[in-house]
Each structure stands twice: as structure tokens, then as C-alpha cells.
Write a protein that binds this ligand. Structure first.
Ligand SMILES: NC(=O)C1=CN([C@@H]2O[C@H](COP(=O)(O)OP(=O)(O)OC[C@H]3O[C@@H](n4cnc5c(N)ncnc54)[C@H](OP(=O)(O)O)[C@@H]3O)[C@@H](O)[C@H]2O)C=CC1
Ligand SMILES: O=C(O)[C@@H]1CCC=N1
Length: 280
């Protein structure tokens, strides 16, 4: 079903590119069925065209009539203008997905047609290699067929979870922003390795394999993270020393605060946008 659908990206930045890459490499969505748009950056469109074989156009030149799924991928501050200018060019039956942090389905519905089909989506940049953890929350008028279509489309970039929209903030804190925490962790592993004279490339390979191995253990084994951690930790051994240093430097609290901080910011962004649109 998905092979025949036409997909339009409104936004050609890093998140759009990660999704396009995943979709195309999955062979689920043919490149010729994807059109990518932005407002003005022609070089960027050319770059995506050359790299992925997709079609591109300036947003104002997009022919919206035969598009099945729109994917909004601009910054949240540009959402209101993007939705308002999309409304006259679409019908309520076309499906509008948004990957924008903090933009609720209600906000989209307000700016589009009555009973517009919308889906709020939170992917992450691991879409690039089809390893995203992606959440979707359909709007109140979105037909089951469209939810199924959305799931099928986004399964091309990784795992898809249908969640209650109330959980979108915490999902964003864990999975949308999450890759950055692991990159930050890696930056510090590399720093420590360098101080001990280890080649940064070797450190990167070792660090990445270790994170990957631990992730797979959590996916494939039944033990809890606590049990898995305890299995690594010998009494008075090296891991105990490492974990003690982590705790002494607030490692656990820092991780919780990071997830909570991103989640709170997602909520705050929604509230700010709601306030602005209520005042308008
Ligand atoms: N980066 C990430 O890891 C994740 C990002 N997101 C969400 O993805 C969205 C995009 O993020 P990111 O890719 O990093 O942002 P970028 O700034 O890299 O890209 C934004 C793009 O939107 C285009 N744009 C702006 N307004 C419009 C419009 N009205 N119509 C068409 N295109 C438009 C810009 O080009 P031009 O100025 O030429 O129009 C640009 O190509 C954000 O809302 C973010 O919350 C969600 C999950 C993860
Ligand atoms: O930083 C952001 O706001 C976006 C949303 C999730 C990841 N990046």
C-alpha cells in the first residue's frame, strides 16, 4: 500500500534528511514518491536531490493535489505559518504528520480544516539508519486506515509506538532527545580515553560497541537493568569503582534530570504555543 503513496516533506533540515534516508534505504518508499520542500534554501534542496534521488521544490511551488501524506519538519516557531498556509491547498482527508516538538494535535486541528486528519510524531535522528524509536499519537479525526498507513510508513525508519498524546513530552525526553545523551556520554568516554593515551578512533569503536552490546542485552534478555548492572559488578572490583565515581558525581541524578529537563521543555513549548494562539 505504502509503495504507491506520495509523501511531501515541508522542511528539509536534519530531521527531514534522517527520515528520508531511512525511508529510501528501507525500500518501502520509492524515492520518486517523495518530494521535499523548504521556503528558500535552494542549495539544500539540490543536495538532497543528488544524495537521495527525491524530488524537490520550493514550498510555494508544491503541487499538493496528489500528496497523500504531508510531513511537517520545520522548527516549532514556524509551525503556525506553515499550517495556515497549508490549509487552503489541502482537503481534510489528506493526512498531515508533524514531527515538531511541543506541537499538539489540537494545535494542528485548529489551524487546518474541520475534522482534518493529523498525527503527531516524535522520531529521532537514528531514522537515518532505520533505528529510530518513533512515537505516534493520532488526532481526534484521524481514521484507523490513516493510523495504519502512518505506522507502516514510519516503520521504514525504525520501531513505532502508538502512545497517548499526554505521554509525548516524556517520550520526547527519552527518545526524541535521547540520542544526544549517548553522544554526550561518548564524547566524555573519548576524553577519558585520550587522557590515558588511547587513540580516539579506537575509543569510539570500543565505546560504541559497548553501548550497542548493552542496548541489545536490554532488548533481548529478561533481566532488569539492575540485574544486568549487578552481573557486571564484582565486589570491590573495577565496575564498583566506576559506579561509585558516577554516583559521587551525581551521575544517576544527572541522567534523570536530563530526561525530565527535555520532557519539561516539551511541555513548556506546547503551553507557550497554546498561549500565543489563544491570545491571537
Ligand atoms: N533534530 C532532531 O533530532 C529532532 C527534531 N525534531 C523536530 O524536527 C523539526 C525540525 O528540526 P531540524 O530538522 O533539526 O530543523 P532544521 O532547522 O535543520 O530544519 C528546518 C527546515 O524547515 C524549513 N522550513 C521552515 N519553514 C518552512 C515552511 N513553512 N515550509 C517548508 N519548509 C520550511 C527550513 O528551510 P527554509 O528556511 O529554507 O524554509 C529547514 O529546511 C523541529 O520542529 C524539531 O522539534 C523531532 C525529533 C528529533
Ligand atoms: O531539540 C529539540 O527540540 C528536538 C526535539 C527532539 C530532538 N530535537
Amino acid at each position: 500500500m505504502i509503495k504507491t503513496k506520495k509523501i511531501a516533506f515541508l522542511g528539509a533540515g536534519s530531521m527531514a534528511e534522517a527520515m528520508i534516508s531511512g525511508m529510501i534505504h528501507s525500500n518501502i518508499v520509492p524515492a520518486k514518491n517523495i518530494v521535499v520542500t523548504n521556503r528558500s534554501n535552494k542549495e539544500r534542496l539540490l543536495e538532497l536531490e543528488n544524495k537521495y534521488g527525491v524530488q524537490t521544490s520550493k514550498r510555494v511551488d508544491l503541487d499538493t493535489t496528489d500528496i497523500d501524506v504531508f510531513i511537517l519538519a520545520m522548527k516549532p516557531k514556524d509551525a503556525e505559518q506553515a499550517l495556515s498556509s497549508l490549509k487552503p491547498n489541502i482537503t481534510k482527508d489528506q493526512v498531515v504528520l508533524s514531527v515538531l516538538a511541543g506541537i499538539s494535535t489540537a494545535f494542528m486541528e485548529d489551524l487546518l480544516h474541520e475534522e482534518q486528519q493529523v498525527v503527531r510524531v516524535m522520531p529521532n535522528t537514528s531514522s537515518m539508519i532505520q533505528q529510530s524509536a518513533t512515537a505516534i499519537s493520532p488526532g481526534q479525526y484521524t481514521a484507523m486506515d490513516s493510523v495504519i498507513l502512518t505506522k507502516e510508513l514510519l516503520s521504514s525508519i525504525g520501531q513505532v509506538y502508538v502512545i497517548d498524546e499526554k505521554q509525548m513530552d516524556i517520550f520526547t525526553g527519552i527518545a526524541g532527545s535521547g540520542p544526544a545523551y549517548f553522544y554526550f556520554l561518548m564524547e566524555h568516554i573519548e576524553k577519558a580515553a585520550k587522557e590515558e593515551g588511547l587513540d580516539p578512533e579506537v575509543a569510539r569503536a570500543i565505546g560504541a560497541q559497548t553501548i550497542y552490546g548493552a542496548a541489545r542485552m536490554m532488548m533481548e534478555r529478561d533481566e532488569t537493568p539492575t540485574e544486568l548492572r549487578e552481573n557486571v559488578t564484582s565486589p570491590n572490583g573495577t565496575t564498583a569503582a566506576g559506579l561509585k565515581a558516577l554516583e559521587e558525581h551525581g551521575g544517576g541524578t544527572a541522567i534523570m534530570r536530563a530526561v525530565k529537563g527535555a520532557s519539561d521543555r516539551s511541555k513548556e513549548m506546547s503551553e507557550q504555543l497554546e498561549k500565543v494562539s489563544n491570545e491571537a
